[in-house]
Design a protein around this ligand. Structure first.
Ligand SMILES: Nc1ncnc2c1ncn2[C@@H]1O[C@H](COP(=O)(O)OP(=O)(O)OP(=O)(O)O)[C@@H](O)[C@H]1O
Length: 224
């Protein structure tokens, strides 16, 4: 059964009397336990689609459903806080906090059930994703790009959500680091039953996903 579904999504901006569509009549559905990629040239609408799936923006046409519930009805703030996690190209970590503290931030604001020993949970999550105990106590600015992205992934897991959305998560990393991050996404989907949706320029990453979609001038189709 699909966990996330976009139905007839349309997104445009007004240019005088003309509607310039960035996304046209977009239908797509996602399941738990699968790793998806959305590829397309620069300006094709990938980030726009991800923003709509993440409830960061509202479509002018169509709807996004989380398990058949319209996310507008859930409430965008609640949806973003308790139902999904987002990973960005530039990590978006809080620079004056340590890795552990960064992972604990969403735990402190979610309504989802989190164990009392939050620090221990955060340290274990980081360790699982490949940030050692010693490094987890450092300010995130004292970690490498690959390590910072691992912290962002651990943070995305901190609220126990089923959906992980990522926008060019390896855009800042070298090839080796990119592959390590891709392996984590595969593991989250296949071992932990997460629904992982990644926007990327990379055909190599697309090839490794379970399902890939191509956006061209706002039109989405299966990438074969
Ligand atoms: N409010 C707006 N007004 C005008 N143009 C917009 C607006 N919002 C987005 N766009 C344009 O819509 C297009 C799609 O943007 P989007 O960021 O979704 O593309 P993308 O595929 O993610 O690109 P990239 O890979 O470069 O990040 C771009 O050409 C962008 O400049």
């Amino acid at each position: 059964m699909s966990i996330l579904k976009a139905s007839k999504l349309g997104y445009y901006y007004q240019d005088g009397d003309i509607r310039r569509f960035i996304l046209k009549n977009t239908n797509i559905s996602f399941e738990r336990g699968r790793f998806y990629t959305i590829v397309g040239q620069s300006g094709s609408g990938k980030t726009t689609l991800l923003s709509l799936l993440a409830g960061l923006d509202t479509p002018q046409e169509g709807r996004v459903f989380y398990e058949k519930k319209n996310i507008e009805k859930i409430g965008y703030d609640e949806y973003r806080r308790d139902y999904i996690s987002i990973i960005f190209q530039h990590y978006n970590l809080i620079p004056y906090l340590t890795a552990v503290e960064n992972v604990m931030v969403p735990m402190s604001i979610t309504d989802n059930e989190i164990p009392d020993n939050q620090e221990e949970v955060a340290i274990n999550l980081l360790d699982y994703i490949g940030v050692s105990k010693e490094k987890s106590k450092r300010l995130v600015t004292q970690l490498s790009g690959g390590e910072q992205q691992r912290v962002a992934i651990a943070r995305a897991l901190a609220t126990n959500v089923d959906i992980i959305l990522a926008d060019e998560p390896t855009g800042n990393l070298d090839e080796e680091m990119e592959q390590e991050i891709v392996e984590i996404f595969k593991m989250l989907a296949h071992k932990h039953n997460k629904c992982v949706i990644v926007v990327t320029h990379s055909p190599e990453i697309a090839l490794q996903s379970d399902e890939s979609y191509l956006l061209r001038k706002g039109v989405l189709r299966k990438n074969v």
